[in-house]
Design a binder for this molecule. Structure first.
Ligand code: HAM
Length: 419
């Protein structure tokens, strides 16, 4: 039997699992700080939900969906992205939330791509969606939230790229212009796009192939072709981001890989990642999505960040505090101290300090080895002397510095971080 996890998936065990959990915790904290409410949708949905919204020509729909038939003959797909499910849930039959709904999710997604660094078949996203506001302030708030999250996660080098993709009024005209230009430059495109650029000409613009890039450089620019309301919206977003002090790079070839976007599109790019997977996250506005699902037309905007990619970027940037040890491991010397150790663990836990103790009395060296491997930041040692005078010796495991203090004080100090 194959014991490795399925190709493109990973087992999360310490310390990687703890790094990941810190990203989950931070997602809940930052989203709540901005007033976003937690949302969860099923791991699978009717295939049609994604085909209609991501777009028939998108990579997600053409190549990457995990689709299966259940025993009732329904065609279902493991969720490749979270936007369409959230919009369905918020505006669909059972919803009782008021608009605008500001929601977020931290969930696994599945895409059947060719696995490589930063590209998995099962990966995790932190996403936020504002459903029910078409205002530039909503775009700016989500962009800011994602930026703040990445900063707090420890990412130092980040490029915020934005563009406007126009809407159903101005994009068709632009598309025709672009098509005419690509038609005239067809021979310069790489094979795949030479054959298929008519299906989705905008995708050529963000192709990473050098020859396609050269064609994209001279292509008509969507920003020069925006209608009045789209231009006004885009200027409003840029102004709001400027007010927040965010440095924005306007990238007129940024188009995103899903079809539901209109107007604002953005990406958070990390120079520490391989170029083809350089986006730690991205998003934009999807004002037409609800209508495509037969729901009341409702504007929306959001983003999703790839949590595995954030971890790769942090590692590449050499951010080491991810491995921060925490809590205390109680070490006892001799059979008399063992029961006192359990009492001390109880006191630590009651004070909110993560604490552990061996399941059985072990030799001192073995206990210190356990303490070190456990990931604890401190060892609290109870020996003969400490037992008789009501103290405990607190040793910082990173450098062995230690101090003997009354037990109450040790608990108080570790609980307040004053050590
Ligand atoms: P997306 O650009 O397809 O957008 O994915 C967002 C992020 O998920 C990417 O920037 C990347 O970090 C991560 N990601 C995507 N595919 C993979 C993969 N195969 N392996 C590892 N990480 C991956 C969306 O999903 C939209 N739903 C975002 C959005 C929300 N737009 C509006 N609201």
């Amino acid at each position: 039997m194959e014991l490795a996890p399925p190709r493109g998936t990973t087992d999360l065990l310490p310390p990687e699992s703890e790094r990941m959990r810190r990203l989950y915790d931070l997602a809940h904290d930052v989203a709540n700080l901005y007033g976003y409410r937690y949302a969860e949708t099923p791991a699978f949905e009717p295939t049609e939900l994604f085909v209609r919204t991501s777009g028939a020509t998108s990579d997600v729909v053409q190549k990457e969906m995990y689709t299966f038939q259940d025993k009732g003959g329904r065609r279902l797909t493991l969720r490749p992205e979270g936007t369409a499910p959230v919009v369905r849930a918020v505006l669909g039959a059972s919803a009782e939330v008021s608009l605008p709904f500001k929601g977020y999710y931290v969930e696994p997604m599945w895409r059947y791509g060719r696995p490589q660094k930063g590209r998995l078949r099962e990966f995790r996203q932190f996403g936020v969606e504002v459903v029910g506001s078409g205002l530039p302030a909503a775009d700016a708030e989500t962009i800011l939230l994602g930026h703040e999250y990445l900063r707090l996660a420890g990412i130092r080098n980040l490029r915020l790229e934005v563009n406007s993709l126009g809407d159903q009024v101005c994009r068709p005209t632009y598309r025709e212009r672009l098509l005419a230009y690509l038609e005239a430059n067809r021979e310069r495109l790489r094979d795949e796009h030479r054959e298929r650029f008519r299906e989705n000409p905008l995708r050529v613009l963000d192709c990473t192939d050098e020859s396609c890039r050269a064609v994209a450089r001279d292509a008509p620019k969507i920003l020069d072709n925006l209608c009045g309301p789209c231009r006004e919206h885009y200027d409003g977003v840029l102004r709001a981001l400027d007010d927040e002090g965010l440095v924005v790079h306007q990238v007129d070839t940024l188009v995103r890989g899903l079809d539901y976007y209109v107007r604002t599109a953005f990406e958070y790019v990390s120079p520490a990642l391989p170029e083809s997977q350089a986006s730690v996250g991205g998003g934009g506005r999807y004002d037409g999505l609800a209508e495509v699902l037969g729901l009341t037309p409702t504007p929306g905007v959001g983003f999703a960040l790839g949590l595995e990619r954030i971890l790769i970027a942090l590692e590449a940037e050499g951010v080491s505090d991810l491995d921060a040890r925490f809590g205390v491991f109680v070490v006892t010397v001799g059979p008399n101290a063992f029961p006192a150790g359990r009492e001390l663990v109880r006191a630590f836990r009651q004070a909110g300090v993560p604490a552990q103790v061996p399941f059985e009395d072990r030799p001192l060296n073995a206990q210190f080895r356990m303490a070190d491997r456990s990931g604890a930041a401190y060892a609290a040692v109870l020996g003969e002397r400490e037992l008789s005078d009501g103290t405990v010796t607190v040793r910082r495991l990173a450098d062995g510095v230690e101090e003997t203090v009354p037990r109450d004080e040790a608990v108080k100090r570790l609980a307040s971080g004053d050590v």
